[in-house]
Every structure is written in C-alpha cells, then in structure tokens.
Design a protein around this ligand. Structure first.
Ligand SMILES: Cc1ncc(C[n+]2csc(CCOP(=O)(O)OP(=O)(O)O)c2C)c(N)n1
Length: 297
C-alpha cells in the first residue's frame, strides 16, 4: 500500500515555528496507514545501514511497530519544537537501534528524510549511537546499555515535582536487562510509585552473541518485574492495535510503574535477518539490500 504524505494523513508539519506557534504532532492515521508507515521505516533502516556499511539492523527492525504506535499515535510532541517542555519523552535505552529512531524522527519532520543517507558519516548529525547534543528529537545519548531506565526515572520524577503532565516512555532490549543498573532503576521506580513512566522491553529473545537463554537467561521475566513492584502487560510487539491497547491500559495504572513486554522477532520483515544473530550488528551488502527491499515492497 502506498503511504500518504504526512499532511494527507492528517499530521502537522510546518517548516519553521516558534515554540508557541509549533503544532502538536497529531495523526488521524488508521492502523493500515501506520502499518504502511512501519514498512516504510523498515525500508529506511536497511537502506541507511546498507549505505553506511555498518550498523544494527536486527534490533532496529524488531522495534518498528513499538515506535510507530508511540510517535504516530500516542505521544504528544512537536517536531518543530523538540524541546517543548510539555512533550512526552521517549528514551531509547538500547541506543544501537538509533537507525530506527532516526527514521521515525525524520518521518515526523524533526529533520529532512534525505539526511538519513548520512548515517555514521563524519560530521553527520546521525551517528551510530544516539547523541542528544546534535540530533533534534533525541532525548538521551545512549549506546552504553543499561542506563535508559535510570534516565527515564529522573525525567518522570522531574515531571511529577514540576507538576507537568507529560509521560515518559523508555525502550529497553531484553539482552540489555542483563545489566544490573536496569534492576536498580526498576527498584527505585516502584519505590517512588512512579506512574507517569511506561517501560517497553523489545523482547526479541536475542542479544549480540545469540539467544538470551544461552548467554544469560531472564526467565521468569514477567515475574521479575512483578517482584520489583511493576504492573506487567505482555503483548505481540508487531501488532499495532495490541500495542495501542497496551499503552492505553498503562496510562490508567496508578501508583506503580508499568512495563510492556513486547514479544518481537529480531530482524522482523526481512526473512534472512529474522532470528539471525549475524544481523545484530552487520550491514547488508549490496545484494542483500536489494533482496531486503524487494521483501519490503
Ligand atoms: C554496557 C554495554 N555492554 C555491552 C554493549 C555491547 N552490546 C551492544 S548491543 C548488545 C546486545 C543487546 O541486546 P538487546 O538489548 O537484546 O538488543 P537487541 O537484541 O534488541 O538488539 C551488546 C551486548 C553495550 N553497547 N553496552
């Protein structure tokens, strides 16, 4: 299905505006249109990583629907005013999935889509891992795993203290949950009864060296979060309707944080990348890119 341009989808996209003038990004997009956007984002991901000759396709492709639901439906944000104080915050803790975040930000209008072709080049604003000091819309510099939930907790507590109504979303990898800092932050988040924060785990079952169960098993994963005082919602992480329901359910939970365990497939959408640890951090070559784009038509 051909994707409509953002204005056709009902999205706000102005060229330049002051903080007060900039519009809140909103889309009256249907699920079908968001699914088409997800496919477009996958094309961006493989294309930019292929052009750069390095990067992380697997864990970018697995989280596409999660970010599509957030940025194109749920979050309140202003692409023309990335620092808008009332914006909902999205923290990419698994910073190696930067190509996915860049594709989403570009499609929302934070910077031109053409800039995606500069991924990982010298002086580009789009480096291999996120840098909040150079890329519009990036909230946290990440890449060193394990830190995003702590950062998100700080942002959520600040919002509560300042009586601002924004929500904080943070995306973690399941392999990343081998990091002790994740569980320190999990403990603190429930200790402070933080309910304006939703964590999402991209539960694709793999990490850099293969399957989590072979490297450092996480089971019982839901039980661990529950034991740390979290409300747990498990969902098919490639179903936009199920993700939207889960995020809305999380918004209603009071007095405790919520984690959405999103069951996903690493490399989703490209057959030879799916569940293939070789494509954790390897770019497709010219022939593989051609094949991938054919599958994503
Ligand atoms: C602190 C730290 N240790 C090790 C790495 C190297 N590393 C990069 S990605 C990765 C695997 C992450 O697995 P997961 O969080 O499941 O990501 P996904 O499979 O979704 O890509 C590792 C170990 C890192 N970036 N940071």
């Amino acid at each position: 299905m051909a994707m409509k341009s953002l204005p056709e989808m009902g999205g706000s996209k102005s060229t330049s505006a002051t903080s007060a003038e900039a519009e809140v990004f909103s889309l009256s997009a249907s699920v079908a249109e968001m699914e088409a956007m997800a496919k477009k984002l996958r094309r961006h991901i493989v294309t930019m990583i292929g052009k750069a000759g390095s990067g992380h396709p697997g864990g970018s492709l697995s989280a596409v629907e999660i970010l599509t639901a957030l940025y194109f439906k749920l979050m309140r944000h202003k692409p023309q005013d990335p620092q808008w104080p009332d914006r909902d915050r999205f923290i990419l803790s698994k910073g190696h999935a930067a190509p996915l975040l860049y594709a989403v930000l570009a499609e929302c209008g934070y910077f031109p889509v053409e800039e995606l072709a500069t991924l990982r080049q010298m002086d580009s604003r789009l480096q291999g891992h996120t840098d909040r000091t150079i890329t519009p819309g990036v909230e946290m510099s990440s890449g060193s795993l394990g830190q995003g939930l702590s950062f998100a907790l700080g942002a959520a507590l600040a919002g509560r203290i300042d009586e601002q109504g924004y929500r904080v979303y943070v995306l973690l990898g399941d392999g990343e949950c081998n990091e002790g800092q994740v569980w320190e932050a999990a403990m603190a988040t429930s200790h402070y009864n933080v309910d304006n924060l939703t964590a999402v785990v991209d539960n694709n079952g793999q990490q850099i060296d293969g399957w989590n169960c072979d490297v450092m098993g996480l089971d019982p994963f839901a039980g661990k979060w529950q034991a740390f005082g979290w409300k747990v919602i498990e969902v098919d992480g490639h179903s936009i309707p199920r993700l939207l329901e889960a995020f809305k359910e999380a918004q209603k939970v009071k007095g405790q944080p919520t984690v959405i365990i999103a069951h996903t497939v690493k490399g989703k959408g490209v057959s030879f990348m799916e569940n293939n640890p070789d494509f954790h951090g390897t770019a497709p070559n010219t022939m593989e890119l051609e094949l991938a784009l054919k599958e994503l038509e």
